[in-house]
Design a protein around this ligand. Sequence first.
Ligand code: AP5
Ligand code: MG
Length: 197
Amino acid sequence: MLNIVIFGPPGAGKGTQSELIIEKYKLVHLSTGDILRNEIANKTPLGIEAKKIIEKGELVSDDIVIGMVKNKIEGNMTGNGFIFDGFPRTKEQAEALDKILEDNNTSISVMISLDVDEDELVKRLLKRAEEQGRTDDNIDVIRNRIKVYNEVTSHVCDYYSKKNKYRSIPGTGTIEEIFDRISAVLDEYAPKRSCCG
Ligand code: AP5
Ligand code: MG
């Protein structure tokens, strides 16, 4: 299996690049943000709780997101692998992910981190606010999301770095240029297809 973590601050392009990666490498996309927004749209008890937290730009509890991820992984073990987008965001989530994958006889292949400066992140998210109206894309919440990323989530890099699984690439330029950089890394890890002429 090819199991990738796509990592980076809010607005780095994780979701945008995930779409291209799943198409090329035929992976299951697992975005904890998307799952939570779906719960909110369906007004489930979890969604009602999560809405308050997301609209402040804080993190939903580890137990909740780990449970969601475990269900999704165990329901999709027959595919080529997973792309984890927006997860793990804490060391506890990273450890839990390793354990879930190990229990299913697989592991993370690589984490790819998209490097984008704060001015560009804010610019992208304010533009998305106009286009899509995501409720956490307003300037105060954006600043807090970036703060939470810098203070808590960014340290998850160290976890993968210690395992020699961390790769950082520039996340600016055109979407296609960034995808080419990602593909160059992933092609080192993707299972080689046998050639039959
Ligand atoms: P989540 O949904 O994960 O949001 P995020 O991390 O804040 O990131 P975004 O989805 O905003 O950005 P992205 O990196 O996907 O960028 P995108 O491709 O969209 O999480 C939301 C919330 O849910 C969290 O704050 C938290 O409360 C909760 N949550 C989620 N997971 C959790 C977890 N594991 N633990 C605890 N809580 C959790 O691009 C952004 C914009 O830029 C788009 O408009 C796009 O078109 C544009 N763009 C993309 N690439 C480029 C480019 N190269 N040039 C110009 N524009 C570009
Ligand atoms: Mg996203």
